[in-house]
Design a protein around this ligand. Structure first.
Ligand SMILES: [Zn+2]
Length: 288
């Protein structure tokens, strides 16, 4: 499951590879877009929004220099909107380089005029929308932990809006704050000594949890791999995936559990799986 920092890194990498370049070819392998041809379109930028990715493209310039309707207000531009979901990835390829994943898992391949390519594999969500309508696709997201709109007070207020909800569920709900996946959810709760099932209203320092999440994602966004390295010993995790192993603080065995909404799926958006698995130290994180 990609976390916000993975998606941020993927966007940065594709931005460096493609921004400012014209596409020589596009190959969409999903229903609804299979006949779409973006050859001649220019990649303006690639950005992440929480765990969503947006490739923004400008239309081909016509012979009289017109870029189509409303050349300067973004009208006529398109955005490739994707979400990695559980298994997805975007990879960048040098000219002529072979794909590192099976071709049948490719959902879209973009090739720039210089031969540089980007291929999206096993994407949970892939659509092409007018850039001016991006808000309909990602506008439900709360403040982005790694975005220019980050607003810790708003994120905290969003979390507090449902005071009886388990904090471990509230933190994963991308409408509250965008960019956290299960690893960060579990690690942040451990580092804050809060059991993930604790109702939001019983969390002693919710602002501290929000600030910690921001610090962890910021610290990891430039790293080559998604680990909570530097936070857990030896680049590992404190609790995530460590069922039965001793707590690195107190030696109590780490427990695995599940956490789910009373009405599963409430508020779940396409491509945003709500994970049930949690790991915690029963001594360091007593349930309040
Ligand atoms: Zn412990």
């Amino acid at each position: 499951m990609p976390e916000g920092d993975n998606v941020y890194q993927a966007a940065q990498k594709m931005h460096r590879a493609l921004a400012g370049k014209r596409l020589a070819a596009s190959d969409f392998r999903v229903p609804g877009f299979a006949t779409l041809d973006l050859a001649g379109w220019t990649v303006l930028e690639v950005v992440s929004r929480g765990k969503h990715l947006l490739h923004r493209l400008a239309p081909p310039v016509t012979e009289d220099g017109d870029t189509g309707p409303g050349p300067h207000d973004g009208a006529g531009r398109l955005s490739i909107h994707s979400h990695l979901s559980m298994e997805g990835s975007w990879q960048v390829y040098a000219p002529g380089q072979r794909w590192r994943k099976p071709g049948h898992t490719a959902r879209v391949a973009l090739t720039a005029e210089d031969g540089t390519g980007a291929v999206g594999f096993s994407l949970g969500l892939l659509e092409v929308i007018p850039t001016v309508e991006e808000n309909a696709a990602v506008g439900h997201l709360g403040p982005d932990l790694l975005g220019p709109d980050w607003d810790p007070a708003r994120a905290e207020a969003n979390l507090r809006a449902d005071p009886g909800r388990a904090v471990g569920l509230a933190l994963l709900d991308q409408r509250n704050l965008a960019g956290m996946g299960n690893i960060y959810r579990c690690e942040v709760c451990f580092l804050s000594r809060v059991h993930p099932a604790t109702p939001v209203e019983n969390v002693p320092d919710l602002a501290g949890i929000v600030a910690l999440a921001k610090r962890l994602l910021e610290a990891n966004k430039a790293r080559p791999r998604n680990t909570v390295g530097g936070f857990g010993p030896r680049n590992g995790t404190w609790v995530y995936g460590r069922t039965g192993q001793p707590c690195l603080r107190c030696r109590t065995r780490i427990e695995h559990g599940t956490l789910a909404e009373p009405t599963p799926g409430t508020g779940t958006r396409i491509g945003e799986t709500r994970e049930r698995d949690i790991w915690f130290c029963p001594s360091c994180q007593p349930l309040r």
